[in-house]
Write a protein that binds this ligand. Sequence first.
Ligand SMILES: *[C@@H]1O[C@H](CO)[C@@H](O)[C@H](O)[C@H]1NC(C)=O
Ligand SMILES: *[C@@H]1O[C@H](CO)[C@@H](O)[C@H](O)[C@H]1NC(C)=O
Ligand SMILES: *[C@@H]1O[C@H](CO)[C@@H](O)[C@H](O)[C@H]1NC(C)=O
Ligand SMILES: *[C@@H]1O[C@H](CO)[C@@H](O)[C@H](O)[C@H]1NC(C)=O
Ligand SMILES: *[C@@H]1O[C@H](CO)[C@@H](O)[C@H](O)[C@H]1NC(C)=O
Ligand SMILES: *[C@@H]1O[C@H](CO)[C@@H](O)[C@H](O)[C@H]1NC(C)=O
Ligand SMILES: *[C@@H]1O[C@H](CO)[C@@H](O)[C@H](O)[C@H]1NC(C)=O
Ligand SMILES: *[C@@H]1O[C@H](CO)[C@@H](O)[C@H](O)[C@H]1NC(C)=O
Ligand SMILES: *[C@@H]1O[C@H](CO)[C@@H](O)[C@H](O)[C@H]1NC(C)=O
Ligand SMILES: *[C@@H]1O[C@H](CO)[C@@H](O)[C@H](O)[C@H]1NC(C)=O
Ligand SMILES: *[C@@H]1O[C@H](CO)[C@@H](O)[C@H](O)[C@H]1NC(C)=O
Length: 390
Amino acid sequence: MIIKTKVTAAGLHAAVLISAFQACKLPFAHSQGIVSTWPLYLTNSTLDPNATRSATNFAQYYGIASFGSPAQNFTLQIDTATNWLWVPSSQCPTEACITHRQYNANQSSTAVQFVDYEVEALYASSTDFADGYLVQDTFSVGSPPVIIQNQGFGSMTNVSVDQITQSEDGVMGLAPMQSIFDTSNLNVTQFDPFFSMVIEGLLDKPQFSLWLNPNITDVNAGEVVFGGVNAARHTAPLKQLAANSSALYWQTELQGITVAGKPLKGLQANAAFFDSGSAQTAVPVNDFKLINEAVAALGFNLTFDSDNDVYTIPCESAVSDNLPSIGFTMNGTTYSIPPSAWITSLGESSENDTEYGSICESSIVPTSYSIASLDSGHDGASYPIILGQM
Ligand SMILES: *[C@@H]1O[C@H](CO)[C@@H](O)[C@H](O)[C@H]1NC(C)=O
Ligand SMILES: *[C@@H]1O[C@H](CO)[C@@H](O)[C@H](O)[C@H]1NC(C)=O
Ligand SMILES: *[C@@H]1O[C@H](CO)[C@@H](O)[C@H](O)[C@H]1NC(C)=O
Ligand SMILES: *[C@@H]1O[C@H](CO)[C@@H](O)[C@H](O)[C@H]1NC(C)=O
Ligand SMILES: *[C@@H]1O[C@H](CO)[C@@H](O)[C@H](O)[C@H]1NC(C)=O
Ligand SMILES: *[C@@H]1O[C@H](CO)[C@@H](O)[C@H](O)[C@H]1NC(C)=O
Ligand SMILES: *[C@@H]1O[C@H](CO)[C@@H](O)[C@H](O)[C@H]1NC(C)=O
Ligand SMILES: *[C@@H]1O[C@H](CO)[C@@H](O)[C@H](O)[C@H]1NC(C)=O
Ligand SMILES: *[C@@H]1O[C@H](CO)[C@@H](O)[C@H](O)[C@H]1NC(C)=O
Ligand SMILES: *[C@@H]1O[C@H](CO)[C@@H](O)[C@H](O)[C@H]1NC(C)=O
Ligand SMILES: *[C@@H]1O[C@H](CO)[C@@H](O)[C@H](O)[C@H]1NC(C)=O
């Protein structure tokens, strides 16, 4: 899901890799055997991969993909926590649409429009939405291109005002396929392009891998590989985390959380899912207090700001002090997140905010919105945390 924050690069220093996911329980044939690389960027809307990156706009990763014949290009945010694929429609009058590229089905010889078929994408922020109509068209992504002939997606005619500030045109969801839109009576492949690739036998392996470049000054902000793993981007051997097949997300068991290597007691969270669309890590309120208070108890000036429901620390001390790492234990391994990744500068201004003694905040935030509302399968027994881009 997309969680917008005032984010700087801080969260990106740690090279946390989401390893290749197995697409479970799907028919699989690698008839075309494609392994395709999709470069990612971190900047505001532009098709120029050389564009200068803005320090205040590091929150989201996007790639460039095209719809239709001839190709209409769009920047798509990659979101591992939803499975919606949508772009603004040329028929959308809202400001969020007209400030972005708009898909025109009439200019594509391969488009099939389902004008009676309304679709809606909802996000974690309750005011974020995109409404529109189902379209089927050719979708091309990556290099060498993976071409899906009849990909279903949303051509959105009303996109919420919140999306004006999103630099990307649309969203490409990569979450596990669960039927959010019931297209069973239509001859349209499901919304999630990754699963379309798997079902249509385009890929070499039923996997995708995501790499986020820890070097934020590099124009190559990361990549998605469809059909395999780029060994050069990962430290072998890859570790496996079993995905919960009943969850809507790439969710796995969370065995514990550590602060400075010490396991916390009394945690509520027992699962975690990976969200490339979030710059923060959202945890149950109980755990939000436990984690941040455990850091404060070590003598750091991390204090609760009740107005904003976050823990803050003067950036000066965040830089000079030796803040602890926070670890997330999954399948026996503790993945340690250094302070440079879980402390975020609040500043709008420069990349050097931390040097100006302004206020920094902890990226461990409370789940202030309802996960249950997004996950109809949620039975109250599981308390997943949302692991953001840290
Ligand atoms: C990006 O920069 C490289 C190196 O300067 C150049 O070769 C390439 O043509 C540029 N690409 C675009 C789209 O401007
Ligand atoms: C669309 O993107 C592709 C791949 O980046 C590029 O080759 C092509 O020139 C772009 N087309 C337009 C119209 O921008
Ligand atoms: C496509 O053309 C038809 C007929 O001119 C028009 O009614 C419709 O609104 C157009 N659709 C788009 C997406 O522009
Ligand atoms: C878009 O949706 C909002 C919220 O439902 C509504 O107030 C607005 O009138 C809609 N705009 C258009 C152009 O349909
Ligand atoms: C893109 O970045 C430029 C320069 O930093 C800025 O002026 C512009 O408002 C940004 N656009 C969006 C849509 O964020
Ligand atoms: C579904 O569409 C594909 C091409 O998009 C076509 O090859 C196939 O025959 C269609 N199936 C049905 C049942 O109409
Ligand atoms: C980060 O990327 C920049 C631009 O490509 C490069 O000049 C620099 O050496 C890289 N830093 C590291 C630590 O690799
Ligand atoms: C733990 O990792 C092993 C392989 O190292 C894998 O077979 C197993 O499914 C994983 N279990 C969980 C619960 O993630
Ligand atoms: C798997 O996910 C479902 C749905 O969210 C949840 O009810 C269940 O407790 C989860 N199972 C495990 C082992 O985490
Ligand atoms: C802790 O930081 C706050 C600002 O976040 C500051 O007002 C306070 O004086 C600091 N306390 C100590 C003991 O340094
Ligand atoms: C940030 O700090 C670096 C190193 O001190 C400096 O080179 C750079 O110009 C600074 N950037 C801004 C926007 O002040």
